[in-house]
Design a protein around this ligand. Structure first.
Ligand code: FAD
Length: 632
């Protein structure tokens, strides 16, 4: 162990997106010596790519909004499978987190009377997304980074060292968590540039590693999103919840092939864009499920009036939650009413003046012009579903984000499960990062303080084992290369565990994953440790395969359709299945096991926010029987 670069901190945060940065700021503000580690460049994370905005019930644009309405929308969007406590904390605390960002220097778009502007998004009853054009994530990250710099300047004044209590380790990938008995003790990783190993010792580790999209062929996710945090938690003895729920965003680019999957923000629909099939029909009116019918317009005229007068009209069906829109697009294409390249048409050009489109959707305008040679002010975009977000993640305590079963380990942001249930509403991720990132930082600091010096120790043998695992792909021979295995994994997940699922196909996927896991354990890479992407991918494969297996096993077990999990053989939601979470763990032999765990019951005061008629669409008979006639 002695020959490795070694750092000792109170709190180590793995991930420098919104969740990681907010957690690190909180831990540092509580006096903890804190490290932030990220696989790519500092500032390059999915959070930066977030376009639409941050959902927070500030009631700036519609005074009827409040945390209770936001809570209700979130539970509806997640089809009542959310951790109600996380959904409650999120709705209550999101406005404070947005105002805090503003106090730290974020420049949001304004309403005419100078308040933070809020825009409409699918599933949100009122305009709720605080935004900066369609570049909100960039402003969020810029502001958090600025806050980090401010804290480092404070440290310089006090200690003569900018990095005395908060240091960023960029382009450094963590491959293992280290433990001392049941407690987390640190992390092991490598510098991407030099390939040299590095050991972090810390009694508290916060996972903030984001999503898993790179297991799928068509995805809005970039190269870093290989499910590392999910896999690290599993391997450390933690559990993953809700893994069967993967969000396919309805609108990704479909043409040209080189950009297939790149996101087309929901703001296009929020600002007036409509979906049409090859016959020119606004088909979403045919896909409004019964449970949402009362809230959505039945005619194009009413839908169009809603943009100017939302209080007297119902919303357009293009703004249904993402799972509904993605399934509808899938059906239209399957029925032969798709666009030339296998998507549908998203039209904003006939709905808004060109200068308004360029002002409100500048990134989309440039994205289509540069990547597809399409002028969205003059012609429609071709769009189709793309793997975007994973609702499933590390099972955590809702208040502290402490990982169940691993003392000292915390998880926040997309890597954590529970908050979004079976389907996330747009805009609820950026708010999730801020609310639960802060809470994770707070709880990690409290955990370190509670140890009162009884810190765990990193064992030399564990470091040696981590090193051996990391070097294994430099084996001799003519074994597979990691790119071939990755390509087959992506194709398998896309074709067999994608947007519409069938038992036989998922069983086949599991067989293939088993074979791929064996091949991945034997892949060989060429060259040296200095910047070697083949080696990096070989190490990421373990994580992608583990996480994909969790998705496939949980999806096979859940015999119903709900949110981001659609079974052709079980097309309806089942009130009995709503009572269960599926929890994935690794057993003693390293195999993935999936167990049912009952969902925590929602307290009466929160149930009382819903009409009994609506609850009847979600709850089982015996649950309903236990409720007062009409909750108040
Ligand atoms: P990320 O921001 O994904 O950051 C993860 C970090 O972990 C990165 O720094 C990465 O380098 C690091 N990392 C990963 N693995 C390792 C490892 N092994 N070792 C070290 N570091 C590691 N949500 C909204 O609410 N509103 C939107 O408008 C919106 N638009 C989106 C647009 C796009 C194109 C995409 C892809 C997503 C969008 N989302 C949106 C979703 C949202 O951006 C993400 O869910 C969210 O940013 C995730 O934040 P995070 O902090 O959890 O992780």
């Amino acid at each position: 162990m002695g020959e490795h670069e070694r750092h000792v901190y109170d709190v180590v945060v793995i991930g420098a997106g919104g969740a990681g940065l907010r957690a690190a700021i909180e831990a540092r503000q509580r006096g903890m010596r804190t490290a932030v580690i990220c696989k790519s460049l500092f500032g390059k994370a999915h959070t930066v790519m977030a376009e639409g905005g941050i959902a927070a019930a500030m009631a700036n644009v519609n005074s009827h909004d409040d945390w209770q309405v936001h809570f209700r929308d979130t539970m509806r969007g997640g089809k009542f499978l959310n951790s109600w406590r996380m959904a409650q904390l999120h709705a209550q605390e999101a406005p404070q987190r947005v105002w805090e960002l503003e106090a730290w220097g974020a420049l949001f778009d304004r309403t005419p009377d100078g308040r933070i502007s809020q825009r409409n998004f699918g599933g949100h009853e009122y305009p709720r997304l605080a935004h900066v054009g369609d570049r909100t994530g960039l402003e969020l990250i810029r502001t958090l980074q600025q806050r980090i710099v401010a804290l480092q300047q404070e440290d310089f004044r006090q200690h003569g060292d900018y990095e005395a209590r908060l240091r960023v380790f960029a382009e450094c990938t963590i491959t293992e968590l280290l433990k001392d008995g049941p407690r987390v003790a640190g992390a092991f990783g490598y510098w991407r540039e030099s390939g040299r190993f590095v050991v972090f010792e810390a009694p508290a580790v916060i996972l903030a590693t984001g999503g898993i999209g790179k297991s799928y062929k068509v995805t809005s996710n970039s190269w870093e999103y290989t499910g590392d945090g999910h896999a690290l938690a599993l391997l450390a003895g933690g559990s993953l919840v809700n893994m069967e729920f993967v969000q396919f965003h309805p609108t990704g680019m479909v043409w040209p092939p080189s950009v297939k999957g790149i996101l087309v923000t929901e703001s296009v629909r929020g600002d007036g864009g409509v979906l049409r099939n090859s016959e020119g029909k606004r088909f979403m009116f045919d896909y409004v499920p019964d449970v949402f019918r009362a809230k959505y317009a039945e005619t194009e005229e009413e839908a169009d009036r809603w943009y100017a007068d939302p209080d007297s009209n119902r919303r357009p069906p293009e703004l249904l939650p993402r799972d509904e829109v993605a399934r509808a697009i899938n059906s239209e294409v399957k029925e032969g009413r798709g666009s030339p390249h296998g998507g549908v048409l998203l039209d904003v050009s006939s709905r808004l003046p060109a200068d308004v489109i360029r002002r409100k959707l500048p990134s989309m305008y440039h994205q289509f012009k540069e990547l597809a040679d399409v002028d969205i002010t003059a012609e429609p975009m071709e769009v189709g579903p793309t793997c975007h977000y994973v609702m499933g993640g590390v099972e955590v305590d809702p208040d502290t984000e402490g990982a169940v079963g691993v003392p000292g380990l915390f998880a926040a942001g997309e890597v954590a499960g529970g908050m979004h249930g079976s389907n996330r509403l747009g805009g609820n991720s950026l708010s999730d990062l801020l609310v639960f990132g802060r809470r994770a930082g707070l709880a990690a600091a409290a955990w370190v303080e509670s140890l009162a010096g009884d810190s765990p120790a990193v064992a030399a043998d564990d470091v040696t084992a981590a090193e051996r695992t990391a070097l294994a792909p430099f084996r001799d021979g003519t074994a597979d290369n990691p790119y071939a295995v990755h390509q087959e994994l992506q194709q398998t997940m896309n074709d067999l565990v994608g947007i519409i699922r069938r038992a036989g196909e998922m069983e086949e996927a599991l067989d293939r994953l088993e074979r791929l896991r064996k091949r991945a354990a034997e892949v060989a890479v060429e060259g040296h440790r200095q910047f070697n992407p083949g080696w990096h991918l070989a190490l990421d494969l373990r994580n992608m395969l583990l996480v994909s297996e969790c998705v496939a096993r949980a999806a096979l077990q859940r015999e119903e359709s709900r949110g981001g999990h659609t079974r052709e053989d079980f097309p309806k939601a089942s009130a009995q299945w709503r009572r269960w979470n599926l929890v994935c763990r690794l057993d003693a032999t390293g195999q993935v096991s999936v167990d049912r765990k009952p969902l925590a019951s929602m307290p009466p005061e929160l149930l009382g926010l819903f009409e009994r008629k609506e609850l009847a669409s979600y709850l089982a008979e015996d649950e309903l029987a236990g409720l007062p006639e009409q909750p108040t």
